[in-house]
Write a protein that binds this ligand. Structure first.
Ligand SMILES: [Zn+2]
Length: 356
């Protein structure tokens, strides 16, 4: 009698236990589905500002946001006013990951921790995405800098200069490459600019050449300085996979539709491959995100350019539109677009390295 009661009690207990497990399961999955916050884009919102408003780091979660909301994005980077967007969930582990990468990088050469500081306080954390570029060395040169602002234009009654925009895109590219484990030398550097999320990037003249050399005003002296720095570094890394990417925001070409232009050294097959990979990535992106827009970028060699001719590493010379061109300005001034451009170049770099 007592035994029977006991068995019954256990059975009941089991039932309650299993039920509660089931209940918990249902509870959890319902929670996971409901947990993504949604917001409506307001006039003037961009991806970065929308994420920031919702306390999500725009750079750590930019890709996640794109993945979640791709069908509601124009050109893969623009929000539509009035549409509903999902906000990615912040994973605590990522913050821990950032910390561990930072402490690791401090133990290795100071080049890496220097590169982190140079992104500015807000953007200094590089989240490791992969080790796909580990062991590779990239030299990134943004056009002009120091006493030479490059091409200039006026936008909304404010002066804008090529070197500031080329530098911002270059920093964003550096961050992409670092995220995949590459060693990156940012040759032209401004210790107090960092990655900037503004449309108007204030003009300054305090850029230096790696590590801390004053940039001369004379054009030939300025180019010679860059060539010497890159070639000296190249010699210290002999045997490693090394590539150079030079970025300008002006154009020597006279075409109406100025997009992204690529040049490489005539005799360098590796440079040709790098330029082709970036070029092909842009073509694909344009096809995917802007099917109605014709991609007007061209791909060719320009051996007349001093840097292309004199530097040792295989290189690609990129002209990301023209700051003087009204149509190009719209793209270059939008920080979301600068981010997208940097990302596309980064994808081209990965393609170049991984596709034989
Ligand atoms: Zn230029």
């Amino acid at each position: 009698m007592f035994w029977h009661e006991f068995c019954f009690f256990i059975t009941m207990l089991k039932a309650v236990f299993i039920n509660s497990l089931l209940f918990l399961n249902i509870g959890f999955s319902a929670m996971a589905q409901d947990s993504l916050k949604t917001v409506i884009a307001e006039k003037g919102d961009g991806i970065l500002s929308l994420l920031r408003k919702n306390d999500v780091s725009p750079y750590d979660y930019y890709d996640d946001f794109i993945k979640l909301n791709i069908i509601n994005l124009r050109d893969s980077v623009h929000l539509y006013e009035g549409r509903v967007y999902q906000i990615p969930k912040v994973v605590v582990n990522r913050i821990q990951l950032v910390d561990s990468i930072q402490s690791q990088s401090k133990k290795t050469k100071d080049i890496k921790s220097e590169a982190f500081a140079i992104f500015g306080n807000k953007h200094k954390n590089v989240v490791e995405k992969s080790k796909r570029l580990k062991g590779n060395i990239y030299y990134l040169v943004s056009g002009h800098g120091g006493p030479d602002p490059g091409a200039m234009a006026v936008y909304a009654k404010k002066a804008i200069a090529e070197d500031e925009y080329a530098y911002d895109i270059t920093l964003r590219l550096a961050k992409e490459l670092l995220g995949h484990g590459a060693t990156v030398y940012i040759i032209i550097r401004d210790e107090n600019d960092g990655i900037r999320d503004d449309r108007i990037l204030e003009i300054d003249r305090d850029e230096l050449a790696y590590p801390k050399e004053t940039i001369p005003l004379n054009q030939l002296a300025r180019l010679k300085q860059r060539v010497t720095i890159i070639n000296d570094l190249y010699n210290t890394h002999k045997g490693a996979y090394q590539r150079l990417i030079v970025t300008h925001v002006d154009s020597r070409s006279k075409g109406q539709n100025i997009d992204v232009f690529f040049y490489h050294h005539e005799k360098s097959t590796n440079g040709k491959k790098l330029a082709e990979s970036i070029h092909n990535t842009f073509q694909k992106k344009y096809k995917k995100y802007q099917p109605n827009r014709t991609y007007a970028g061209t791909f060719g060699h320009r051996t007349e350019l001093y840097l292309v001719r004199k530097t040792y590493p295989a290189m690609a010379y990129i002209e990301i539109g023209n700051i003087k061109n009204k149509k190009d300005q719209r793209r270059i001034l939008d920080p979301d677009n600068r981010q997208a451009l940097a990302k596309w170049i980064g994808e081209g770099v990965l393609l170049d390295f991984e596709e034989e």
